[in-house]
Each structure stands twice: as structure tokens, then as C-alpha cells.
Design a protein around this ligand. Sequence first.
Ligand SMILES: Nc1nc2c(ncn2[C@@H]2O[C@H](COP(=O)(O)OP(=O)(O)O)[C@@H](O)[C@H]2O)c(=O)[nH]1
Ligand SMILES: [Mg+2]
Length: 378
Amino acid sequence: MNKNKKPEWTPENAGSEFASSVMPGVNESHDGLPSKGKHVHVSPPIKHPRKLVMEDYIHGILNQERTILARAITLVESNSHSHQQQAQELIRNILPKAGNSIRIAITGVPGAGKSTFIETFGSYLTSKGHKVAVLAVDPSSSISKGSILGDKTRMERLARDPLCFIRPSPSGGTLGGVTKKTRETMLLCEAAGYDVILVETVGVGQSEITVRSMVDFFLLLQIPGAGDELQGIKKGVIELADAIVVNKADGDNIQKAELAKTEYAHALHYIAPATEGWKTDAYTCSAYTGDGIEEMWKLIEEFKAITVKNGFFQKRRNSQVLDWVKSMIQEHLESSFYQNPQIKATMPGVQKQLLAGEITASMAVEVLLKQYTEGNRK
Ligand SMILES: Nc1nc2c(ncn2[C@@H]2O[C@H](COP(=O)(O)OP(=O)(O)O)[C@@H](O)[C@H]2O)c(=O)[nH]1
Ligand SMILES: [Mg+2]
């Protein structure tokens, strides 16, 4: 290498400080491989990922690049205002490519086998060439440090599958926060070509209703118990289900599972189906042996065909997005109300008057709302 050769960008009359001895680094270390030479001017490999601009995100997602998708989700999950603005712009851009999927909720009490089911079901789907995204809605995860992360060990095979993308629950604090992030993540995954979205959620009441509002198909996983199957189950959850699946139907459990299935099927006679034109029924499966797993997919395909045909598939998605807007506005208004300095100042006094019987509840509301609207007008 010619020591005197200068790079073309050096200032005129520059001296040896612009020595071209950096150049060998381009040959040997530029790609991050160790340099065989003794050149000291070689820059170390870049440690921080390159900052992405909007175009990078959009193209990366549409080109189905996992690392870009993961970084875009991080943007969606960020609470920083500027990240949120970027995230919204990104979603607006990819929106025309989103939506082309079936969104499936997998719910059930802890220990029902949701994660194991997703491992087996997801692996079956990728073996058929589907691209599967696994998301989680777990509002408690900010406290428990993400229980779903532990679940990744139950999804070992799936986690290594190039056709599968697993993302733990965002730690958004409130259920509303987690929901917003999960919904937006879902759109990004769809635009990146994932055609089956599986949302695992822990059965803790409110989160099931919320998850129902973001999926097309709601699968309730149950376990065979001894005796009265219906005792421990909330009627409200059954009403949300498009299928009740008794898992762990293997080994000694098979008979118990069949019995449980019959009881659920019987109970379903008295409950209005969750989806127009579809009959919710009970089934058995084993996430261990894989029995019943293929049948589940056939069932979901049939569900999609029927509901697309009768128009309910799109009708439900439309009302879901409208409801979503409504609930975000409610949440926004409520927090703006309680954060209002004037409301904060008057609230204790009004409460005191109310409890002392000096004013009625309706009068308290009237006083507070009047203050709020007047405060906003100023
Ligand atoms: N026998 C049997 N055990 C299962 C099956 N699926 C899950 N399990 C076990 O049930 C326990 C809970 O499973 P997990 O997938 O973590 O449940 P989750 O809390 O609903 O996600 C684990 O010990 C699993 O190995 C199954 O099909 N058969
Ligand atoms: Mg789990």
C-alpha cells in the first residue's frame, strides 16, 4: 500500500495526518472481522445499531425484515412523544398492507397450556408455510416482569422458527396502554407478512373482554378436572368463545377430557354464540401429542370462510376499530379531566360537601364539569 496516497476527501495541502493507512481497515475490519494486519487506525466495528429513518422502517417492514419489525415495535411501545409520532406516521404508511391475516386469541387460566398449545399449533402452521406472529396481552407483566418471557421456554422450537415472530407483552401499565400497543404491533406484523396472529392472554376477567375486541377468533382453552367442570368457569368468558378446547387430552386424562367436552357442549346450548352465523362448540386436544391440533386449524379456516361470506368478519373488524377510537377518546378525556389543576384543587372540597349531605351527587358532577369546561376555555 502506498503510504503517500491520500483519500480524495482530504483538504488541499493536507499533511500526513490524512495518511491513507486507514485504508487497509476497509479491506480487513470494515466487515467486523478481525484485522490480520497491525494497523492501528482501524475503527472498531459499530456497536450501536444504525439510526433508522422513516423510509428504512417502511421498506424494512414491507420487505419482511424481522430486525426492522422488532425495532418498529419498540417504537410503538415507547412512551416518548417523538417516538409515538414516528410510530403513528409509520403505521399510517403501512396500513394499506395490514389486515391480511386471521387474528386468534388463545385464552385460559394459568396452567391451561396456552403457551404449550401455541408452540404445537404455531409449529404446525409454519410447517404449512404460514407466517405466525405470537403476541401477548398481560397487563400484570409490568409488575411480574413479563411472565410471558418465562413462557418462551415453552415455545423453544417456535422461538427458533424463521417463520415465527414472538413478542412478549408490552409493559404499558394500564390495560388500555397494553391494548393500544398490542393492536398497533399486530398491524406491523401483518404488514410484514405474518398471516396468522396468535394473542396469548391470561384469563383474568377484563383482559379477556379487551382481547375479544381485537381478534377474529376467540379460543378458550380448558383443562379436564375432576367432577363438575362448570363450577369454576365464568359464564361471561364462555359467551366470548368461538371454540372451547379441552387441552391435555392425553394419557390418563383422555376420558376426563371427553367428559369435560361433553359438559361444555351441553352448557353451550344455553348460551348465545359469540359470532353471528357460527356455532360455538367444545373440542379436545393435546398440546403434547398434537392430537386435535390440525382439526383446530381446519375449524378456524372454516370459521373464516363462513364469516367472510356472511359479512360478519369485516363487520366485526369495522366495529372493533370504531370502538377502539371511542375507548381511546374516553381514556383521554378522563385523564385530562382528573389531571386538570382546577379539578384537582376543587375535588376534595366538593367531595366533602357531598359526604356532608350539603350537595347531591348530580350537583357535584355539575359543579366539577362546569369548572372543567370553563378552565379549558381560558
Ligand atoms: N399432559 C399434558 N400437559 C400439558 C399439555 N399442555 C401443557 N401441559 C403442561 O401444563 C403446564 C402449563 O402449561 P403452559 O403452556 O405453561 O400453560 P399456560 O400458563 O396456560 O401458558 C406445563 O407443565 C405443561 O407442560 C398437554 O397437552 N398435555
Ligand atoms: Mg403461558
